[in-house]
Ligand binder design. Structure first.
Ligand SMILES: Cc1cc2nc3c(=O)[nH]c(=O)nc-3n(C[C@H](O)[C@H](O)[C@H](O)COP(=O)(O)OP(=O)(O)OC[C@H]3O[C@@H](n4cnc5c(N)ncnc54)[C@H](O)[C@@H]3O)c2cc1C
Length: 413
C-alpha cells in the first residue's frame, strides 16, 4: 500500500470539490482530489447559478474560467403565470445585471462543463487529481486516514484534513454516521437539456406557471437551454412511460411564456430525469479531521436553484479558514458551521415560500396564486426573500424568515 501526505484530501470533484481544490492549489496548498467517475456526464443537475454564486466564483478566482468555457450571462428573470398577462410579467421582471458589485448577472452553464472546467483549473494550479477512484474509506481523527483503490491497487493518504464533497448521496457521510434531516417533498422537478431552440432571448431566465405545471427555462447559448418542469408530488406517474422526453417537451406547448412552443419543438440533448424536491441539512458538517462541503453537507431544495452557489460559498469559506491560520482543528471551522446552518435555514424558508406561492397547481390554485404572486412583489418582507434567492440569503433582514412572513402569504385577506 503506497502512502502519501498531502495537506488536504478532497473526496469528490464536483463543483464544490474542484473549486476548493483549485483555490487551495493556487495558494500553494498540497491537495489530493479523489473522483469516482472517469468523465463528467449529465445527471440532470444545476446549470443556473444565481448572482451570489457568481460573486463566489469571482472571489475564488474561477469566474473567468467558467466564462471562457461558454458561461452565458443571464441578466433578467421573468416570472410568467397564466394568472396575469405576459406584459404584466415582463413589467415585474427582476433585473439581475449589476445587482452585486462586479457581477454581470446570473450564469447558465452545463453541469458537466462546469465540473470539467473547475477540475482542469485545479490540475493546472497543481492539485493531484485522480479519476476512476474506488472504495474511498475515511477514518476521522486528529490525523485522519483516507484509503482508496486506484488503478487496481490500494493507496493510503494521511492528510491534515479531509474535505468530503462527494455529493447528495455522500458515502463519507454514511461512513461517519451523519444523518440528514429533511423536509417533506411537495413537488417533483424533472429536467432535460435541449438544443435547436430557435431565436430567443438568451439573457432571460424564465419561470412560467400554467395548469398543473411550473415551467423553467435557463438559457446556455444561442440554441441550447436547460429546461425543467415542476409538478405535484402526487403526480408520480406523470413522466413514467418510455416516451418521457416527448411528454416533458409537450408540457411547453402552452402560451404562458411567449412563443413557448419553441421549447416543445427543441431536441433532447441529454437525459430526462425527475426528482422529488426537498431540503436536507445536518448539524454535523464537521468531524475530527473532516469537513463536509456542497451537497454532501446537506442540500437546498433545487426548485430555487441554490446548490451551485452554496457549493461555491462552502469552497470559499473552507479555503479562507485553511489559508487564514495554521489552526485547522474542528473548532477553527465554527464560523463556517454557524454561517452554513443559518444560510441553509434561510434558504429552506425561501424554498418553502416559493413552493407555497405556486401550489396548489391546477384550477384550484388560480385565485390563491394570483394573490400570492402580487404579494411577492408588493410585500417588503416577501420581496426581500426573492432578492435573497438571487443575492444571497444574508441580504434580507432576519424578520423576513419568520413564521409571520409565511402566514401573511398563506392567509387570505
Ligand atoms: C434536478 C436538479 C436541478 C438542480 N438545479 C439547480 C440549479 O438550477 N441551480 C443550482 O445552483 N443548483 C441546482 N441543483 C443543485 C446542484 O446541482 C448541486 O447542489 C450541486 O451540483 C452540488 O455540487 P457538489 O459538488 O456538492 O456535488 P456534485 O456535483 O454531486 O459532485 C459530487 C462529486 O463527487 C463524486 N463522488 C461521489 N461519490 C464519490 C466517492 N465515493 N468517491 C469519489 N468521488 C465521489 C461524484 O462523482 C461527483 O463528481 C439542482 C439539483 C437537481 C437534482
Amino acid at each position: 500500500v503506497s502512502t502519501e501526505q498531502p495537506a488536504v484530501v478532497i473526496i469528490g470533484s464536483g463543483v464544490a470539490g474542484s473549486a476548493l481544490a483549485a483555490a487551495l492549489a493556487t495558494a500553494g496548498v498540497p491537495v489530493l482530489v479523489l473522483e469516482r467517475t472517469e468523465q463528467f456526464v449529465d445527471h440532470v443537475r444545476g446549470e443556473y447559478m444565481h448572482p451570489w454564486g457568481v460573486a463566489e466564483a469571482v472571489q475564488l478566482g474561477l469566474h473567468d474560467d467558467l466564462m471562457a468555457a461558454g458561461g452565458n450571462v443571464i441578466s433578467r428573470f421573468v416570472g410568467y403565470d397564466e394568472v396575469y398577462s405576459p406584459a404584466e410579467a415582463e413589467r415585474g421582471a427582476l433585473p439581475l445585471a449589476d445587482l452585486l458589485p462586479g457581477v454581470p448577472g446570473a450564469l447558465g452553464i452545463g453541469h458537466p462543463v462546469a465540473c470539467q472546467v473547475l477540475f482542469d483549473a485545479a490540475v493546472r494550479a497543481g492539485a493531484r487529481s485522480l479519476r476512476g477512484v474506488e472504495q474511498v474509506k475515511v477514518t476521522p481523527g486528529e490525523s485522519p486516514v483516507v484509503s482508496y483503490v486506484h488503478g487496481g491497487s490500494e493507496h493510503q493518504a494521511r492528510p491534515r484534513l479531509v474535505v468530503a464533497a462527494d455529493g447528495r448521496e455522500s458515502s463519507t457521510r454514511r461512513q461517519l454516521g451523519v444523518e440528514l434531516e429533511k423536509t417533506d417533498p411537495r413537488i417533483f422537478l424533472a429536467g432535460m437539456l435541449v438544443d435547436g431552440v430557435r431565436d430567443w432571448p438568451i439573457a432571460d431566465s424564465v419561470i412560467g406557471t400554467t395548469g398543473n405545471t411550473i415551467l423553467y427555462v435557463f438559457p446556455q447559448s444561442e440554441d441550447k437551454a436547460r429546461l425543467y418542469i415542476g409538478y405535484s408530488i402526487d403526480d408520480k406517474t406523470r413522466l413514467a412511460g418510455a416516451d418521457k422526453a416527448r411528454s416533458f417537451l409537450e408540457a411547453f406547448r402552452v402560451d404562458t411564456i411567449p412563443d413557448c412552443g419553441r421549447f416543445a419543438d427543441a431536441n433532447p440533448a441529454g437525459p430526462c430525469a425527475a426528482y422529488p424536491m426537498f431540503d436536507s441539512w445536518s448539524d454535523s458538517v464537521v468531524a475530527d479531521g473532516v469537513v463536509f462541503a456542497g451537497d454532501a453537507a446537506g442540500f437546498s431544495d433545487p426548485t430555487i436553484g441554490e446548490g451551485l452557489s452554496i457549493a461555491l460559498r462552502d469552497a470559499r469559506m473552507i479555503r479562507d479558514v485553511l489559508l487564514g491560520s495554521e489552526d485547522w482543528s474542528k473548532e477553527a471551522f465554527t464560523p463556517y458551521v454557524e454561517e452554513r446552518a443559518e444560510r441553509m435555514r434561510r434558504l429552506r424558508f425561501a424554498a418553502q415560500i416559493f413552493t407555497d406561492a405556486h401550489i396548489p397547481l391546477g384550477p384550484d390554485g388560480v385565485s390563491d396564486r394570483r394573490r400570492r404572486s402580487d404579494m411577492m412583489t408588493q410585500d417588503p418582507d416577501l420581496f426581500m426573500l426573492v432578492a435573497a434567492m438571487a443575492c444571497g440569503p444574508e441580504v434580507a433582514p432576519e424578520s423576513c424568515f419568520a413564521d409571520e412572513t409565511r402566514e401573511k402569504l398563506l392567509t387570505p385577506v
